[in-house]
Design a binder for this molecule. Sequence first.
Ligand SMILES: Nc1ncnc2c1ncn2[C@@H]1O[C@H](COP(=O)(O)OP(=O)(O)OP(=O)(O)O)[C@@H](O)[C@H]1O
Length: 278
Amino acid sequence: MTPPPKEPILEVAGVTLRFGGVTALDSVSFSVLPHEVYAIVGPNGGGKSSMLNVLNGFYRPQEGSVVVAGVSVVGRPPHTMAKKGIGRTFQNMHLFAGMSVLMNLMTARGVHMKSGIFRAAFRPLGIREEARHRQVVEEVIDFVGLQEYRHAPVESLGYGVRKRVDLARALCLQPKLLLLDEPLAGMTLEEREDIARLVLDVRAERGVTVVMVEHDMGVVTDICDRALVLDWGKKIAEGAPQQVLARPEVIAAYLGGSAEDEEPSPEEPTRRTVVGTS
Ligand SMILES: Nc1ncnc2c1ncn2[C@@H]1O[C@H](COP(=O)(O)OP(=O)(O)OP(=O)(O)O)[C@@H](O)[C@H]1O
């Protein structure tokens, strides 16, 4: 007997997002299955960041629905998303300068802590609770390989290590769904390979579903199960990355647009350079 089909962990239906006269997302629908590594790709201005910001509650779409593990998340304040099982990293990493790696990660656990008043009134419970959160954080530090940087102030770390801290911070929320915003941008080749491997470990060892916006098509092809292509806010293709990226409409989307004339940069590849780099 064939097993029943899996229920999607993320269901996006008819999402439209406008900024004044600009339609950043135009009736976009897709769904992601548990344990998938799913990429959102497309040319500059296609709507990738807008979609990620809708998924984490930062933007509220004018139309459509977003359901995570059966719960609607549209209109919920972003800070409640962690409790709904959604973790995210940021393109520009929002780490707290002046604080160690450990303290940055402990801060992430704050969303799961009980009220301060309760802790103050029953201090032994507060201490026990902190020990429990510390255990989660220490385990993530080991998993992500940040032991040697545990007590280092985050601003003293190199860019690649700070990106790992950002990822670790999202994992400290123990998410079911992890949203990664260009996790490889600005990294060296070696760091890119490390993070790509880490993303696969996150899925394999922690059972987390990953949705990532990424420009590095080599990595998307290597580690993602499926890719969604957005162009001018519209979904133009979805499927296995290698097949999707070879489609004429996707190649045309990357070749079109004003980015064509710009000098290619490894951090922000132009429409022309990102196709076929695998
Ligand atoms: N806060 C905003 N206010 C107004 N317009 C916005 C805003 N955010 C995005 N847009 C517009 O929405 C469209 C989609 O932008 P978005 O940043 O989502 O694309 P992207 O695919 O992430 O691009 P990139 O690859 O350059 O990061 C663009 O036309 C952009 O100018």
